[in-house]
Write a protein that binds this ligand. Sequence first.
Ligand SMILES: Cc1cc2nc3c(=O)[nH]c(=O)nc-3n(C[C@H](O)[C@H](O)[C@H](O)COP(=O)(O)OP(=O)(O)OC[C@H]3O[C@@H](n4cnc5c(N)ncnc54)[C@H](O)[C@@H]3O)c2cc1C
Length: 925
Amino acid sequence: MTSLIKKLSGVLGKEQVYTDDLTLIATAADAGCYRKIPKIVLKPQDEKQVIESLKILYETGTALTFRAAGTSLSGQAISDSVLLQARGQNWSNFTILEEGTLIRTQPGITGTRLNQLLAPTGMKFGPDPASINSAMVGGIIANNASGMSCGTHANSYATIQSARIIFADGTLLDTANQESCKALLKSKQELVSTLSRIRDDIRFKPALIEKIRKKYSIKNTTGYGMNSFLDYSDPVDLILHLLVGSEGTLGFVSEATFTTIPVKAFRASSLIYFKNLESACNAVPLLREANLPAIEIMDREALRSVEDNAGIPDYIRELDNGVTALLIDLEEESQEAMDAMVERTSSALSGFSLVRDFEVTSDLKQITDYWNVRKGIFPSVGGMRKPGTSVIIEDVAVGAEHLTDAVIDMRRMLDELDYKDAVIYGHVLDGNLHFIFAPDFHNDAELKKYDNMILQLTRLIVDKYDGSLKAEHGTGINMAPFVAYEWGEELYGYMKEIKKAFDPKGILNPDVIISDDPQIHLKHFKPMPVIDEAVDQCIECGFCEINCLTNDLTLSARQRIVVQREIERLSRSGEDAEKLRNLRKSFKYQGEGSCAGDGLCAITCPLSIDTGVMIKHLRARNNSRKRPGNPIATWISKHFPLVHFGVRTGLGFMSAINKVVPFKKIWIWDRHMPRPVKLNSLTIPDSSGDTDKMKVVYFPSCINQSMGTAVRAKEKKSLVEVSVEVLEKAGYEVLFPRGMNKLCCGTPWESKGFFDIADAKSGELEQALLDVSMNGKYPVLCDTSPCTHRMKRVMSDKLDLYEPVEFIHDHLLDKLELKKTDDALAFHVTCTSTRMGLQEKFITVARACTKNPIFPEEVGCCGFAGDKGFTQPEINTWALRNLKLQVNQLSAGYSNSRTCEIGLSRNSDIDYKSVMYLVREAIKE
Ligand SMILES: Cc1cc2nc3c(=O)[nH]c(=O)nc-3n(C[C@H](O)[C@H](O)[C@H](O)COP(=O)(O)OP(=O)(O)OC[C@H]3O[C@@H](n4cnc5c(N)ncnc54)[C@H](O)[C@@H]3O)c2cc1C
C-alpha cells in the first residue's frame, strides 16, 4: 500500500492523494443504501493524471471506482479500494457548438448547469434525471440516467456523439479523432475482435435480436447496453455506446459531445386525480396517444408522503384511500398547438370519472411546485422513515400493455410482504415504476424479508412481464446477482466477455453489473446510527452539496453527517479507538470549524435539513464542556457598548496608521477593512410627535453601528447616515429603538452555539422593537440581512421586519423617483436573502437603479460567515473563487450585509457596499 501511495503521489502530487481517516469515511457513501470505505481517494486535476493513475493501478492490479456527484442509488459509486473523484472546477469545461445543437463537456459539471449554459440557444441537454441539479455528466453517462421526459429517445445512449475514453490500462481513445481510432484498432485488437465477434454472433441469432429489441423498447439499465450490437457495427461506435450505462466498469469518460434537443416555448402541467391505481394506469395508454412528453404516477401513499411539502394543494390531505394522481406535462411550440394538446388530453380523459375536475396550469411557479413535489417523493419518504432504518428504491419497467397489471401485482406483493407503507410512483409514460420502503437491515428478520421481496420482484418483472429490473438507476451491486436472470445465460455470457475484454484484470468497479457473489446485494449496508434529530432523516443523497460552500474544500454538508454517524457508531461499538480519535480530531476544523452555518444546504435538501444546526449543537456541547457557564461570551453580551467602543477604537487606530504608513496588508487588515463609524451619526433624535407622518423603525445592526465604509473608499458616510437620508427622502420619520448600542439580534452567539445568550439578546431587542413600533404598527428595517433572518425566525409575528432589499422593494420604490445608471454594477444576494426568498426582489431593486445589473454565476454564500472571514479567510476565498473574473471590470458592487461586503471586496477588487448607497445615488433630485 505504501509503495502504491508513493507512486500515485508521484504522478498526482501528494495533495491529490488522500489516505486520512476523515476523507476515507467522508467519501464512503453515495446516495444508495450501501457503504464501502475506500483505502485511497484520488482527486486528479486533469485527464493526464487519470491516465497516469490508471496505468499504476492496472500494473498493480488495484481495484478502483470512479465518482462524479455520488448520487447513485444502486451501490455503483462506492469503493473499498481506490475511489477516483472527477468533478469541480478542473472537470467543468464545456464548449457550445453549432449554435447549441451540440455541446462538448467534461464529466464534472451538472446537467442543470449545462441547461443554464444552453438556455440562450433555445436548446437543452437530453438526459433529465430527477437528480439533474446535482448529477454530473460523468455519472449521467455511466448510469445512462433518464427522467420524466427523455425516455429512451434523448438519454445519453441516444444523444452521445463522441467521447474521450480512458481504458483500464490507461490507453486513451478519442472517438472523434480518426488517428486515435486507428491507433486503438491496432493497440486493442483483442477487444476489437471480441466485440466484432459478439456483434456477428448476436446478429446471426433471431431470438437474441428479438429479445434485445424488445428489452430496449422500454427503459433498461440492467447489464450492459446490448442494443449497441444491433444499432452499431463499427468497433469504435460499439465501444462508445457500450460505455454508456457501464457504471464505470469499462472505462473513464474524460470528455463527451452530445446532440441537444430544442426547448419548446409553451409549457403547462396538470395533476389529475383518479379513484384508484387501476383507473390511473388505464388512462396512461390514452394519454400517451395524446402525445404528452411526460406522465408520472403517484399512488395514495406517495401523495401522503408529500402532503406537507411546499406547493402541494391542501385538498390532498382529504383524498380517499386509493386515490391516485397522474402528473402530466404538456409542451408545444405555439399556443394553438398547446390548445390542441389540452383538447386531446381532455378527450382522452372523458371516459374516466375523475376525483377532481381536469385543470391545466401554465403558471411557471405552479408547474415548478408540482414537479418539485414529484421530485421530492423519494427523499420525503426517506425522511418519514423510522430513525436508524435504510431507504430502498426499486426501479423497474414494463411494456405499456402490462402497466396496469404490473402495478396491481406490485401493490399486492408489497402488501402481502407487509410493506404496506411502501410508496409507488414513477415515469409511467415509459412504463418505469419506482417503489420505496424503509427496512431495518440490522434486524435479521427484515433482511430475510427484503431478500424474499427481491426474489419475488425479479420473478414478477422478468417471468410475468419480461420487464427491466433496473430501468434508469443502473444495476450497481443491488441488481448484479440478477442480471443473468433477466437476460438469460447466453446474453449474460456475452456481458461477461465484454467486461473481460475491456478490463482483463477486473480492476474497474468490481461486483458492479457483473458479480460472482449471489449475495452481494445483501452486503455492505450503510450503518445509520441516530446522532441528532436535526439530521437523522438524512438519506445522504448529496443534493445539499451544490449549495455547500465548503464542498471540495473541507467537507460537504452530507459528509459532515456521514462522518458524525461513523463517529457515533465507533464510539458505541468501541471498535477502533485510534480511528475514532483521528476522526474527532480532524472533524474539529474540517467539519465543525469550517461550517459557515449559512443553512443553504437546507435549500437544496429535499427534506430541508440544515446541517448547520447539527454543527451549532456540537459547538454548544463543546462550549459547555470546555467552559461551563460560558463566562467570556456572557461578559461580552452584557458589555455591548464597551465592545462597540473597542471595535471603533481598533478600526480608528488602524485607519490612522494607514494614513502615515504606506498601505500594506497586516494580518487581516487590508484596504477593504472598514473605517470606524462616527459616534455623532448614531445619536437618536426624539420623535417629532407628528402622528400623520409615515413612520419606520430603523435598527442598525451592531456591525453597522461600528463599521463604516472601506478605509480607502471615497464614500465616507456610514450606512446609518445614508439609510436615514433615503428613508427621509421617501417621506418617513425614522424612529430608533432605545438603548440601541446595547442591542443585538443574537446571531454571533447563535452561530457559536451559545443559544441561551443568543435568545436573551434577541429577547431584549424584540422588546425594544415592540415598544418603538407601537406593538408592530410601524414597519421595522434592519440594515443587515443575516440579522433580519434570525429576527424573523425568533421574534414575535407582530413585528413587520425587513432587511434593506425587501424594504426598498415593498416600501421605497413606489415613493422615490429613481434614475437608472448606465454603469454595469455587481450584486450579491446573501445566503440569508436567498433563504428568505428575496432573489426576485433583489433583481427588481437592482433593475430600478441600473440598466445593467450583473449577478455573477456560480457564486453562492460568500463564506464570510460573521467573523470567519477574519479568522478563516480561506473559506471566504474558496467560496468566492468564481467571482473576480466576472466583476473586476465593474465600478462597484452592492449587497446587504457589511461583513459579506468586506469579503466580496477582498475577493473581487471592487468596492462592495449596501444597496442603500445605490438607491441614494439613484434618487432624482
Ligand atoms: C433523489 C434521487 C433521485 C434520482 N432520480 C433519478 C432519475 O430520475 N433518473 C435516474 O436515472 N437516476 C436518478 N437518480 C440516480 C442518480 O442521481 C443518477 O443516476 C445520476 O446520473 C448519477 O450521477 P452522479 O454524478 O451522481 O454519478 P455518481 O453517482 O458519482 O456515479 C455514477 C456512476 O458513474 C460512474 N462514473 C462517474 N464518473 C465517471 C466518469 N467520468 N467516467 C466513467 N464512469 C464514471 C461511477 O463509477 C458510477 O458507477 C436519483 C438519485 C437520487 C438520490
